[in-house]
Design a binder for this molecule. Structure first.
Ligand code: HEC
Length: 153
């Protein structure tokens, strides 16, 4: 009888430790997988834009920037000016010469509502990631009157 109980508790102790081992090995597998993902993410971030969008194509962006085939029936350049370098109003930003990463960030912010701005939401709400990247590549490739401090010794 006593022996039987001891055997039973031994068995349950064994089962418990087996279960614990299973748990911890599963955990370490998960941790390893997370580590791999972090490495992949880091690699991805170096290769692509900060917004994680596809590579932008300047020629496609130029077409889109001039197209009035949009929900508002207006093209980007109607407000931001020729090549995004001559806004029609002093309160409208110059796009030409801005960093593509920043432009992508700004456009997706309007599109996804992180920047709550009625005019621009209406202009970019319909764009997919590739189109955003193309527009950003185009405006970034134009010469604007924007300066940075790279010319300062
Ligand atoms: C009806 C006029 C109008 C049209 C058309 C328009 N925009 Fe704008 N855009 C604005 C205004 C006004 C702002 C400033 C909004 C704000 O205060 O955040 C702006 C801001 C922006 C910004 C932010 C710039 C910065 O320095 O942060 C980007 C990028 C931009 N527009 C891209 C586009 C693109 C791409 C298109 C075409 C798909 C477009 N816009 C069409 C008026 C317009």
């Amino acid at each position: 009888m006593t022996l039987n109980i001891t055997a039973k508790s031994l068995l349950s102790a064994l089962l418990l430790s087996a279960a614990l081992t299973a748990c911890s090995s599963q955990e370490s597998a998960e941790t390893a997988a997370k580590g791999e993902h972090a490495e992949e993410a880091a690699e991805h971030a170096i290769k692509s834009s900060s917004a994680g969008l596809p590579d932008g194509r300047v020629a496609e962006g130029e077409k889109l920037a001039n197209s009035t085939d949009t929900p508002s029936k207006q093209s980007c350049i109607e407000c931001h000016g020729k090549e995004g370098a001559a806004p029609i109003d002093p309160t409208y930003p110059t796009l030409a010469g801005q960093y593509a990463d920043y432009l992508e960030y700004a456009i997706t912010s309007y599109r996804d509502g992180r920047r709550d701005q009625a005019v621009m939401k209406g202009q970019v709400g319909h764009l997919n990631d590739q189109q955003v990247a193309d527009l950003a590549a185009y405006f970034a490739s134009r010469k604007g009157n924007i300066t940075d401090l790279s010319h300062v010794e």
